[in-house]
Design a binder for this molecule. Structure first.
Ligand SMILES: C[C@](O)(CO)[C@H](O)COP(=O)(O)OP(=O)(O)OC[C@H]1O[C@@H](n2ccc(N)nc2=O)[C@H](O)[C@@H]1O
Ligand SMILES: Nc1ncnc2c1ncn2[C@@H]1O[C@H](COP(=O)(O)OP(=O)(O)OP(=O)(O)O)[C@@H](O)[C@H]1O
Length: 285
């Protein structure tokens, strides 16, 4: 049976920076939630040790592709002699703050850990994944989470699961560039999840991104007509929540032509977890 594995998007429901480490990485607080929308990957084991990506990405060299890097990292760490052909259906915009690259990497680690029978625990996979990006561990954990540290200290959380309209302005934001900006607020007071749930919290990257990319400010303004709109991660995507899919779709249908958008449901359990569980159940029964 041909299995396509989900690599869902994430939203940062808020993003505060509380400090900076000596290696330049930022200490942050954020609440991650998944969307039932994302990329899909298919894996076919090979007897030789080659790792092949059957679908390339524009402007991303093979050696830099997080899918290739994840597969190679696992293969080397666990001394695996097999290889793999990997197919990708890319739906998530790159540089959108939706964590597409990190999610692709996490799905690759989770699925190959099983196909190659590496036997690593989720915790070991998350530690390995952190080498590839700050957002990889939450995708491996597979549960909505309150995150601290550089994004790796995770506590499972269960915020409401509304429908979202997510809009991608026509620009690409570099995470490293925003984090290196002198104008970024880096001294947020630490808050608790209950303070966030009762209305505190914002995305401190928003003003910096809006200044450099006015189109993000335009999308935020436009979406604010329909509710409190917020940017995810370091942008460029902006989201607003609705009680129903129909309400979100109604607004999506009125989006200006040059902005791409999609409607998706917030999920506290990652669609990847759900697929892995289904496979385990069918293997047992
Ligand atoms: C902004 C978030 O998306 C929030 O979820 C993540 O923290 C960013 O995660 P990511 O895209 O996986 O980021 P990485 O690939 O690890 O880092 C990209 C660059 O962002 C900066 N960076 C990232 C994460 C962090 N906590 N502090 C940082 O200063 C670093 O300059 C790094 O070189
Ligand atoms: N498989 C991949 N999918 C997407 N981007 C990749 C991949 N591999 C490497 N990259 C590189 O990573 C960069 C960031 O891509 P990604 O889609 O993860 O951004 P993002 O959504 O802004 O992530 P984040 O929210 O984690 O900052 C891309 O511009 C691209 O150069």
């Amino acid at each position: 049976m041909e299995t396509w594995w989900p690599a869902p998007a994430k939203l940062n429901l808020f993003l505060h920076i509380t400090g900076r480490r000596t290696d330049g990485y930022h200490e942050l607080q954020t609440l991650f939630q998944f969307l039932d929308y994302g990329d899909s990957l298919k894996f076919e084991c090979r007897e030789d040790a080659e790792i092949r990506l059957m679908d390339s990405l524009n402007n991303v060299e093979l050696q830099n592709n997080l899918i290739f890097r994840a597969a190679r990292l696992l293969q080397t760490t666990c001394n695996i002699r097999s290889g793999v052909d990997i197919y990708l259906k890319k739906r998530l915009p790159m540089g959108g703050g939706l964590g597409g690259g990190s999610s692709d990497a996490a799905t690759t680690l989770v699925v190959l850990n099983s196909l190659w029978q590496c036997g690593l625990s989720k915790q070991q996979l998350a530690t390995l994944g952190l080498q590839l990006g700050a957002d990889v561990p939450v995708f491996i954990g597979g549960h909505a989470a309150w995150a601290e540290g550089v994004g790796e200290k995770l506590t499972e959380a269960s915020p409401p699961e509304p429908w979202y309209l997510v809009v991608k302005p026509d620009c690409h934001v570099s995470t490293a560039e925003i984090f290196s900006s002198g104008e970024l607020t880096r001294d947020c007071e630490a808050i608790t999840i209950s303070r966030f749930l009762s209305g505190e919290g914002r995305n401190v990257c928003e003003p910096v991104v809006c200044k450099r990319h006015p189109e993000v400010a335009q999308v935020l303004d436009w979406l604010s007509q329909h509710g409190p709109a917020r940017m995810t991660g370091t942008g460029a995507c902006v989201f607003v929540s609705f009680d129903s899919q129909a309400q979100a779709q109604l607004v999506a249908d009125t989006l200006p032509d040059d902005w791409q958008g999609f409607v998706a449901k917030g999920c506290n359990v990652s669609p990847l977890n759900a697929s892995v569980m289904k496979l385990t159940e069918s293997a047992i029964s």
